[in-house]
Write a protein that binds this ligand. Structure first.
Ligand SMILES: Nc1ncnc2c1ncn2[C@@H]1O[C@H](COP(=O)(O)OP(=O)(O)O)[C@@H](O)[C@H]1O
Ligand SMILES: [Mg+2]
Length: 348
């Protein structure tokens, strides 16, 4: 049997470039060479695409971008992967795996290019990626389900005047959480204890996105659910817990704080796991997601489950929850990789 030709894309023009360089190693290591021809394209921070064929050990430390063997590359409708090597070598691709987090990777933009090229790809389609990336649109869709609690919020746009301060102080109380609508890995997220901090938190968040959410603070533990979908069948993992070694689950706390930990079978009140799974599936369906997503919640002391956000291309680093939660329900990483490749699709 012919080997399937897989294009794995990593890096990206996003604040989560470094996370992608770590996530992708899980794919490179665990997609077997005897069944698949793996082709790697790295997207440099400035957006350049290069075909990468050097030692993959350079990737997790982000030392791959200037390798002399890199060849500029592009995806071209009706052609496939084209290497700008002087001969315009074309590599036919059967399936694309975008191991990209955040902007330009998880937001429907690159998925649009895959659609134009008619190449099946792993994960959510254009619309579900775009809506899930935008926390304000996600809230509206999840609100329409009527049954799933979320944090109260005020939306601020880049050109709004200072009215947001009045609106936020009327509706919410300090401390408030401020976050860019389209970001990830906690970049641009801050906790504001007072008006002065609110103003600087909004300013910071606006450097990441032109739309910002100010939310009430939810006091609770952070629970996550891995969702996998193939041919319309949806599987939800048990709830896992992310324990931040800091005041909140900031970028530092996620990736550089050894006090932060992930717990696979957290001690949670009866019924919470089922509720998390039920909500996660309902949210995944309502947003039109396909392939995979990680759905994140808060659990208050009284056991209330509150939806926080969805990640359509969740982290796959050594310390990331998605692969661990899937492993715990009978999808060890090699099997998960094959299932993800099998779940790839187009026009969804
Ligand atoms: N409303 C909130 N109440 C309490 N903590 C919050 C709230 N919103 C965000 N956080 C904290 O900030 C972290 C990052 O926010 P999140 O909405 O998950 O954005 P990101 O997409 O960057 O992960 C969360 O994991 C949590 O620790
Ligand atoms: Mg998050």
């Amino acid at each position: 049997m012919d080997k399937k030709s897989i294009l794995i894309i990593f890096g990206g023009n996003s604040t989560e470039h470094e996370v992608s360089c770590k996530s992708v190693m899980n794919f490179i290591k665990n997609i077997p060479d005897d069944k698949y021809d793996k082709h790697l394209v790295g997207i440099r921070k400035n957006g350049d695409w290069v075909y990468f064929s050097a030692d993959t050990a350079l990737i997790p430390q982000c030392k791959w971008a200037d390798e002399s063997s890199n060849v500029p590359a592009m995806l071209m409708p009706n052609k496939g992967l084209v290497l700008l090597d002087g001969k315009n070598t074309v590599i036919e691709i059967d399936t694309i795996i975008p191991v990209l987090h955040g902007k330009n990777g998880e937001d429907g933009t690159i998925q649009g290019l895959f659609e134009l090229c008619s190449i099946p790809y792993v994960g959510c389609g254009v619309t579900s990626s775009a809506v899930s990336m935008d926390k304000a649109y996600t809230k509206i869709i999840v609100d329409s389900l009527k049954e799933i609690p979320q944090a109260d919020y005020v939306l601020v746009r880049a050109n709004d005047n200072d009215d947001y301060i009045v609106k936020a102080e009327e509706k919410l109380s300090y401390p408030m959480f401020v976050k860019p609508c389209k970001s990830g890995s906690s970049q641009g997220v801050s906790k504001a204890e007072n008006r002065r901090e609110l103003v600087s938190a909004v300013e910071l968040a606006l450097t990441h996105d032109s739309k910002v959410l100010i939310e009430e603070t939810i006091k609770g533990r952070e629970l996550e659910c891995a969702v996998f979908e193939k041919s319309g069948n949806i599987i939800c993992s048990n709830a896992g817990e992310a324990v931040a070694g800091d005041v909140f689950y900031s970028y530092e706390a996620k990736y550089n704080n050894s006090d932060s930990k992930t717990v696979l079978n957290p001690d949670i009140p009866e019924g919470v796991n089922e509720k998390v799974q039920k909500y996660a599936e309902a949210i995944f369906r309502a947003l039109g997601c396909t392939g995979l997503s990680r759905v994140d919640f808060f659990m208050e002391e009284n056991g209330n489950v509150i939806f926080n956000e969805i990640n359509t291309l969740p982290g796959f680093t050594e310390i990331s929850m998605y692969p661990m939660m899937m492993d715990a329900i009978g999808y060890p990483i090699e099997k998960l990789m094959e299932e993800l490749i099998d779940s790839a699709g187009i026009s969804r």
